[in-house]
Design a protein around this ligand. Structure first.
Ligand code: ADP
Ligand code: MG
Length: 883
């Protein structure tokens, strides 16, 4: 009783376009044009229109084939021979790519699995879909969409899959009801029941064929139970209902093929066209179009077939070209969740979802000239061509807008076909197109145009439908309710089942009453039978009255108890109602929180993904850094090495420079001194000659005249210079006089030759038995110099020995010239020092020095020593050593 009080709730269709665009759409609407929508946020996911290609087999085997399938996604078009000859081989072979190509051997089920199955799954998941066939007349559009007996096409297979999936979860008829405004309402159980009864009364035989056997034999083979397909992901806690509508668009007019118009055989009325309207969610729909609720594949296909028949009749009657009309079969699926008990549909209009799949068999895409139409049919055909042309234009503009970021107006309103499907391209949904190709030569040029359209359509993108929020009630409600019902009936059976109308109990009651006497009347004057019967009946009447009284009493008691129960129940009900409303609120909160959680989860996933990317980038950078650091270290090491090498080089070079400099300095000095000596000698020789000449002249003069002036003693200016140089060069004090002995009279010329030496060898000197001994012939050997020896000689040499720092004995030969002094004595002027080094023969045998110690450093050591005596020159001393 409680549910009777429920008010009928109007359910608005939850549609695919988002609410936020409604206001903007209204504001910028213009007459006759699709409202410009504001640019959607760029994060909306989009999918390109899925374009498939199906090649039908050739009619005859000897026909020329112009289309070749070269891979599972590519076909190649060859120009027919005739055309090639006409155009002088101008035609090239062209290739076209598709999402998938289906060759001539493709079966209907294979095509269905790839193309339509995902659309049915989407439909069940509340997402819209649009599937259309496009191609030249005779290319197999109708074969692909509808199929032929035994070879059901996409449409019957889609219906079959849908009903196989939602079959047991369908709502009872009339629970969902179209509201004439493209929406679907939910009726309460009673109203739905009443409508069902009304319908049953109108039809003596139930319309729905309960089994496949009852289907119309004309199309029974279309649905093959062996190839039944089912989607397992159906939400069992929802109730579903399917509505189908079928329209035809001919000459840019829309006709309802399911309309039950009263047929007037005398004056048959032409069918009335329908108009397009926009619902509150900006979806286009055919106003007043019949929507039939169907409960099985057979029923749905029967409805389709009825429309198909009507279409054929109309075409014949009105002499229309059937290939020139577009047919649109729409499957609408309404679904609403079960309430918390899992028994009835939730009476919450926000929870009703409606999704639809449009299956469109477009008119042949060939040009009018090919159909050889005339007059009004030519005009009509032009209109039909116009609608396909608009479809092409819309695709072009859409593609341009999406690819170039332009905002050009898409001319959806220019034709009924495009206007009807505008929301698929502007809003969201999945769009798929099967391009049908007949490979025969005559269709070649038209096929080329079809291919170009297909190629362009593939680049158009459609927003991917978003998942609907889940209702928030605990899942598994339907199953739990069923389990509860099963348990209830089991327990009732255990208790003996329901009592009402049990014939055994009724018999027992009758048997407990007094039995009726035999009441056959044989005689009219029988006065015994009737009084006996009256008596028994009176007894029975009394018993009955007593029983009635007892029953009334019990009933009153029962009534009282029931009233008590009812008051308790109503109070409980109130409490329950409160609890339910609280629960509803809680459910809403939970639902909100679930959506929030979902949003956060999505966000966290994106963030995780971002983190992942960042981590990878960091790793990459770190690796780069490491390798760069390694490279840097390597380079630094190399640099250090090179620096050290350079320093060593510098040092070596400096040493060499110093050596060379010193050597050259000494060499220069030596040469200067030698030159000086040579010049002095020359000067002295000249002086001598001059003196002798003077003496001769004086002698001669003295003999002839008075006493002459004594000759002036020749000066030795260069000596003075030499002395200065020596003073400058040596800082050590000179043991011999700083004033050189000047005895020009006693000087001997160096050039005289045959020099005699005083060889002064102190007694302390060691005898060195070496080959490098200085051997001086004609020398007077002395251990201490004496006047006598000196007066006999011109040269003097002193052998001075000392122990060098390295342990060797150093012998210095100090050479000099002997002069006669003015006082008649002798003086020595030292001119040269020669140094000889050798191992001390008296010292214990030592290891011979390594070659390295004989290097320049040692030479330095010797050569840097200051001169020992006041010699005028210290150049030319040699270093001799044992070999
Ligand atoms: P359209 O609807 O494009 O004008 P139809 O679907 O009516 O073309 O096909 C024309 C004929 O070609 C039909 O007799 C149909 O059975 C046949 N046909 C089309 N496609 C195929 C196919 N893939 N396999 C076998 N027959 C086909
Ligand atoms: Mg057709």
């Amino acid at each position: 009783m409680f549910f009777l009080a429920c008010v009928m709730v109007h359910m608005t269709v939850v549609n695919c376009s988002s609410f936020c665009f409604i206001l903007t759409g209204l504001l910028c609407r213009r007459k006759g044009r699709t409202p410009r929508r504001p640019k959607k946020p760029s994060n909306i996911e989009k999918d390109p229109v899925g374009v498939y290609c199906r090649i039908r087999p050739l009619g005859g085997e000897d026909e020329e084939c112009c289309v070749e399938m070269i891979s599972s996604s590519t076909i190649q078009l060859h120009a027919p021979d005739g055309l090639k000859a006409n155009r002088n081989g101008e035609y090239k072979e062209t290739q076209y790519c598709f999402k998938k190509v289906f060759g001539i051997k493709t079966t209907q089920i294979e095509l269905f699995e790839d193309v339509a199955k995902p659309l049915i799954e989407d439909l069940i998941h509340c997402k819209n879909g649009l599937l259309f066939t496009y191609g030249v007349t005779g290319s197999g559009k109708t074969y692909t969409m509808t199929g032929s007996p035994g070879e059901g096409g996409l449409l019957p297979r889609s219906l079959d899959m849908l009903f196989n999936s939602i079959g047991p979860f369908q709502a009872k008829r009339f629970v969902f009801k179209p509201d004439e405004k493209n929406g679907i309402e939910v009726q309460n159980q009673v109203d739905a029941l009443l409508e069902r009864q009304k319908r049953d009364n109108q039809q003596s035989v139930p319309r729905t064929p309960s089994s496949r056997q009852r289907a119309d034999p004309e199309f029974a083979d279309m649905i093959n139970p062996d190839q039944a397909c089912k989607f397992e992901g159906v939400d069992e806690d929802c109730c579903y209902s399917v509505f189908v509508s079928y329209i035809e668009i001919y000459n840019n007019y829309i006709y309802d093929l399911l309309e039950d118009a009263p047929f007037d055989p005398v004056r048959p009325k032409p069918p009335q066209s329908k108009i397009l309207r926009e619902d509150q969610n900006h979806n286009m729909y055919v106003a007043g179009c019949t929507e039939v609720e169907v409960k099985s594949t057979e029923e749905a296909f029967e409805v389709f077939w009825k429309g198909q028949k009507k279409r054929r009749i109309a075409n014949t009657e009105l002499n229309r070209e059937s290939s020139r009309s577009h047919s649109v079969f729409t499957v609408k699926l309404a679904q609403a969740p079960l309430d918390a008990d899992g028994d009835h549909i939730l009476q919450d209009k926000s929870q009703v979802n409606v999704s639809q799949l449009c299956l469109v068999d477009l008119a042949g895409s060939e040009r009018t000239s090919r159909t050889r139409a005339e007059g009004s049919r030519l005009r009509e055909a032009g209109n039909i061509n116009q609608s396909l042309m608009t479809l092409r234009t819309c695709m072009e503009v859409l593609r341009e807008n999406q690819m170039c970021g332009t905002n050009r107006m898409v001319p959806y309103r220019d034709s009924k076909v495009t206007h009807l499907f505008k929301n698929y391209f502007d809003g969201e949904g999945k769009v798929r197109m099967v391009v049908c190709v007949n490979p025969k030569a005559e269709d070649y040029e038209e096929t080329l145009l079809v291919m170009r359209f297909a190629e362009m359509t593939q680049e158009v993108e459609v927003a991917r439908p978003v998942d609907r929020p889940i209702c928030g009630l605990t899942p598994g409600r339907r199953q739990r309710n069923q389990a509860f019902k099963d348990e209830l009936s089991r327990r009732l059976e255990e208790r003996g089942g329901p009592v009402n109308g049990d014939p055994i109990q009724l018999n027992q009651l009758i048997e407990s009453l007094p039995p009726l006497p035999p009441c056959e009347l044989s005689d009219p004057s029988d006065d015994q039978t009737l009084p006996r019967l009256m008596e028994v009946l009176e007894r029975r009447y009394r018993i009955r009255q007593k029983m009635t009284e007892q029953f009334n009493q019990t009933a009153n008691n029962m009534k009282y108890t029931l009233q008590q129960f009812e008051s308790q129940f109503s109070s409980k009900e109130n409490v329950l109602h409160d609890q339910r409303s609280k629960l509803g609120e809680k459910d809403k909160v939970i639902a909100n929180q679930r959506t929030e959680i979902e949003r956060l989860e999505k966000k966290s996933k994106t963030l995780e993904y971002k983190i992942d990317i960042l981590q990878k980038t960091t790793e990459m950078y770190e690796q780069d850094k490491r390798s760069l650091q390694q490279e840097l270290e390597g380079r630094e090491q190399r640099l250090q090495k090179e620096l050290a090498e350079r320093r060593r080089m510098e040092q070596r070079m400096q040493g060499m420079v110093t050596d060379t400099k010193l050597k050259w300095e000494r060499e220069c000095e030596r040469r200067v001194n030698a030159k000086q000596l040579e010049l002095q000698n020359k000067l002295w020789v000249k002086d001598e000659k001059l003196k002798q000449l003077k003496a001769i002249v004086t002698e001669n003069g003295g003999a002839s005249g008075g006493p002459a002036e004594p000759p002036r003693k020749p000066e030795r200016p260069s000596r003075e210079r030499d002395r200065n140089i020596v003073e400058k060069r040596s800082a050590s004090p000179t043991p011999l006089s700083t004033v050189p002995p000047v005895h020009p009279m006693h000087r001997r010329s160096h050039s005289a030759g045959g020099e005699k030496w005083v060889d002064h060898k102190p007694a302390s000197n060691l005898d060195l038995d070496t080959v490098m001994q200085p051997i001086i012939p004609n020398a007077i050997k002395v251990s201490t110099p004496n006047e006598k020896a000196l007066s006999k000689c011109h040269k003097y040499v002193l052998r001075h020995q000392e122990l060098a720092s390295d342990g060797e004995i150093e012998t210095k030969l100090i050479k000099g010239n002997v002069f006669k002094t003015r006082g008649g004595g002798q003086a020595v002027e030292f001119t040269d020092i020669e140094t000889l080094k050798q191992e001390d023969p008296t010292a214990p045998s030592r290891k011979r020095r390594s070659g390295s110690r004989e290097g320049p450093a040692q030479t330095d050591d010797i050569e840097n020593r200051p001169p020992v005596a006041n010699i005028s020159s210290s150049h030319g001393y040699q270093k001799r050593r044992r070999p």
